[in-house]
Design a protein around this ligand. Structure first.
Ligand SMILES: Nc1nc2c(ncn2[C@@H]2O[C@H](COP(=O)(O)OP(=O)(O)OP(=O)(O)O)[C@@H](O)[C@H]2O)c(=O)[nH]1
Ligand SMILES: [Mg+2]
Length: 321
């Protein structure tokens, strides 16, 4: 049986494979390459926003709706702040527990490890494996956008930015840059006071910050602002429709190629950084490193200079055929 068929058919095999991907086992490189082409049809939806804004609750509600449409959904909950696979992740699992028992849903949590390089490429690999395993929608939840290692904008076809009332000084509290990340803005917790005000403030901010569509620039997408309440299950249909509309927009303007290229560039750079770092570190013993640091301390070599001298001792070979 091909790897792809195994991952389709066997949840435990899928989980094991994802763990290997997550642990950066070199042994999966060839298998990831094999799966690469199988992953292309799936739509990756990024969900980001401040802690506690109701991302997981919204993802749960959206997933239920997608299941009514008979779409298979995988959810990846990324916790980029906690160094351990601790509380937040368990919390996500608990909130999403109402999805348990449905064969068409697969939930995976990832903790950032603060190891070599970033989380971004591993999340990308995980999303790709899930797509190849037959999940037609892959939803990736992360806290924050832009500043985190998981560059959700490059990862996802459609990025939802979730805001909620009650986070202190509403509009001022919205992190710069997060609105630019949004293909769709969601004001969740519409059942709470202040939601209306936040909604209209966000609409105003978007209108001011976003160039309006002109006749000769059809390709411009104006992010809609959706009012929702995951608690009361309102606005979820509208949200799903907005996602569909955005995906259609990408398709009809050939923007999927643009997205793919941007995504590939970001992934290439992330993987390049990680690989170069790994190769350099792998080819240096702990003793050698200790010696370099010892010398730098004794001779009071400025750290950047120490790094440059160390790197100068490596020859970067470019193979020519
Ligand atoms: N009143 C109200 N509460 C909500 C709504 N959606 C979520 N909550 C509550 O808000 C809290 C946080 O919800 P989560 O879905 O865990 O939020 P999150 O953004 O995933 O949180 P983190 O993953 O920790 O960043 C929970 O107690 C939810 O029950 C809503 O629409 N209305
Ligand atoms: Mg969450």
């Amino acid at each position: 049986m091909s790897l792809r068929n195994t991952l389709h058919a066997d949840r435990r095999a899928l989980s094991r494979f994802l763990s290997r991907v997550e642990n950066q086992r070199d042994s999966v490189a060839a298998q990831l390459a094999e799966l690469y082409h199988a992953a292309s049809d799936s739509i990756v939806i990024g969900v980001t926003g401040p802690p506690g804004s109701g991302k997981s609750a919204l993802v749960t509600a959206l997933t239920k709706l997608l299941r009514e449409r008979d779409l298979k959904v995988a959810i990846v909950a990324v916790d980029p702040t906690s160094p351990f696979s601790g509380g937040a992740i368990l919390g996500d699992r608990i909130r999403m527990r109402e999805l348990a028992g449905d064969d068409g849903v697969f939930i995976r949590s990832m903790a950032s490890r603060g190891q070599l390089g970033g989380l971004a490429w591993r999340t990308q690999d995980i999303a790709r494996v899930l797509a190849a395993a037959g999940f037609e929608r892959v939803i990736v939840e992360t806290v924050g956008a832009g500043q985190s290692e998981v560059d959700i904008v490059n990862l996802a076809h459609t990025t939802l930015v979730v805001q909620a009332p009650g986070a202190g000084d509403d509009v001022q509290a919205i992190k710069a840059g997060i609105l630019e990340a949004a293909d769709i803005l969601v004001v969740n917790k519409g059942d709470l006071p202040g939601a209306e005000r936040l909604l209209s403030a966000l609409k105003t901010m978007l209108e001011m910050g976003h160039p309006t569509k002109t006749a000769d620039d059809e390709a411009l997408w104006m992010p809609p602002v959706i009012a929702a309440s995951a608690l009361k299950s309102t606005g979820i249909e509208e949200l799903a429709r907005a996602i569909d509309a955005h995906v259609r927009h990408l398709q009809s303007h050939g923007l999927q190629n643009v997205h793919q290229r941007n995504q590939l560039r970001a992934e290439f750079m992330a993987k390049l950084r990680e690989s170069v770092l790994r190769r350099v570190i792998d080819s240096t013993t702990d003793d050698e490193l200790a010696g370099i640091i010892e010398r730098a301390t004794k001779q009071r070599i400025e750290p950047q200079q120490a790094v440059d001298r160390f790197l100068d001792s490596f020859e970067i070979h470019r193979k020519r055929h």
